[in-house]
Design a binder for this molecule. Structure first.
Ligand code: HEM
Length: 416
């Protein structure tokens, strides 16, 4: 019998695009860490960085870039970010203003004022967050069975960011439908129908955000649009497009991800009753439980950096232009970083050393908001409904197919 070569590791195969990885991505990621922790995926034209130590080294080194134009020509997956802007977008060039793809001083110029304003808003948001959570839970009173994704995990993050942006409650449903359409940005296999939905949603949201910012410049309201209008008047060197496109970015980056954190955490707690019991005995553990859910079931598969000079990672040399796909999901389960890494333990020491929010200059600026939402929602949900359980305990979880993210399509639960 001929020797069978080990199957190569391909980025897409490690994500929810592949049914096996959708069901359980962790065995294959463990093989990756063990066999070739820095591995070339020829199909994607990228390097997979699988171990925690290498991931941290990549984030700590500010010479790494994010601008896809700096990636080598073979880096198809990362360069596709530039080439797949669909026809019909009202503002097709805006993407170049995104903080996600800027580097160095330009990145700091665009990111710092917006993120400082966002942090100040988040710091004052907690009482509103609690109110939004309680109202969402009150709407569930009297229901026997429901889909937790539809009733809580999807609407609560939209209502929270909506509040920070001053979106009136009656506009939240439209707002949510735009965000649902824009999720197709992350789908490499989108159909013509998906593209039409993406373009319509993108244009709807872009017009809304531009309109709100134009109005805010005339009369700044008490919300993030008003903050940015005031900062611009006071001399912050930001164009209208840089502000509006990055406000759009906050919405998109924070929507699916926080929804998935909430859904994944509820499922983990319902399938690990002994962990839920620890939390019920000691509610001070809720913050740590959120970190452990983030570590154990990271909402985002990977982020990327581009090498700007030759470098060595785990004994492997990558050249300038190499696209480095830092696999957050893999680093979080690295046994060299976390003892019994596959165990879900809400009391785990240093659970917050996970990389689910990335790292370095691009670390997720929405992390404090996502953490706050998840902590209040989970703690209040299980306090108000201690008998919550899975409606179909023996059914396999309904994972979404969207590559790059790990989250549930539906999560049917019962109150008794
Ligand atoms: C559980 C929820 C969330 C997760 C897991 C998550 C994860 C991430 C990750 C992995 C990155 C890339 C970081 C890197 O490349 O080093 C990122 C970036 C980003 N996130 Fe989040 N995020 C979440 C929630 C949010 C929220 C709520 C917001 C906004 C309110 C947000 C806004 C952003 C923005 C604007 C960036 C780009 C930052 C930059 O490139 O400078 N995220 N996030």
């Amino acid at each position: 019998m001929a020797d069978s070569a080990p199957a190569p590791f391909r980025i897409l195969d490690l994500t929810a695009a592949n049914p096996a990885a959708r069901e359980d991505p962790y065995p294959r990621l463990a093989e990756l860490r063990a066999q070739c922790p820095v591995h070339r995926d020829e199909a994607g034209g990228a390097w997979l960085v699988a171990r925690m130590a290498d991931a941290r080294a990549v984030f700590a080194d500010n010479s790494h870039a994010k601008n896809p134009d700096l990636a080598e020509p073979a880096a198809h997956a990362i360069r596709r970010r530039r080439s797949t802007v669909p026809d019909g977008l009202a503002f097709p060039d805006d993407q170049r203003a995104s903080m996600l793809e800027l580097d160095g001083d330009e990145h700091a110029r665009v990111r710092n004022p917006l993120v400082q304003a966002l942090y100040a808003r988040i710091a004052a948001f907690e009482p509103h967050c609690i109110r939004i959570v309680e109202e969402a839970l009150t709407r569930l009173e009297g229901r026997a069975e429901f889909d937790l994704m539809k009733e809580l995990a999807e609407p609560v993050p939209v209502a929270c960011i909506g509040h920070i942006l001053g979106v009136p409650p009656e506009t939240l449903a439209t707002f949510r439908s735009w965000l649902d359409g824009i999720v197709q940005t992350f789908n490499p296999n989108r159909t013509a129908e998906d593209i039409a939905a993406l373009v319509a949603a993108s244009n709807g949201l872009a017009h809304y955000i531009r309109g709100r910012f134009a109005a805010a410049k005339l009369d700044p309201p008490d919300d993030l649009f008003g903050d940015m209008a005031r900062l611009q008047t006071e001399g912050a060197p930001l164009t209208d497009t840089e502000i509006t496109y990055n406000i759009r970015g906050l919405l998109i980056a924070g929507n699916v991800t926080t929804t998935d954190l909430i859904g994944n955490a509820v499922r983990l707690l319902l399938t690990h009753p002994e962990q839920l019991a620890k939390l019920q005995a000691d509610p001070a553990l809720w913050s740590n439980a959120v970190e452990e859910a983030l570590r154990h079931e990271a909402p985002v598969d990977f982020t990327w950096r581009i090498a700007t000079h030759a470098e060595d990672l785990s004994g492997c040399t990558v050249q300038a232009g190499a696209a480095l796909n830092v696999f957050l999901r893999s680093a979080n389960r690295d046994e060299a970083a976390f003892a019994n890494a596959h165990l879900f333990d809400v009391a785990r020491p240093r659970a917050a050393r996970h990389l689910s929010f990335g790292g370095g200059a691009h670390i997720c600026p929405g992390a404090p908001l996502a953490r706050m939402e998840a902590r209040h929602l989970l703690a209040r949900l299980f306090a108000r409904f201690p008998r919550l359980r899975l409606a179909e305990p023996d059914a396999p979880p309904h994972w979404r197919r969207l590559p790059g993210f790990r989250g549930l399509e539906t999560l049917h639960v019962r109150f008794n």
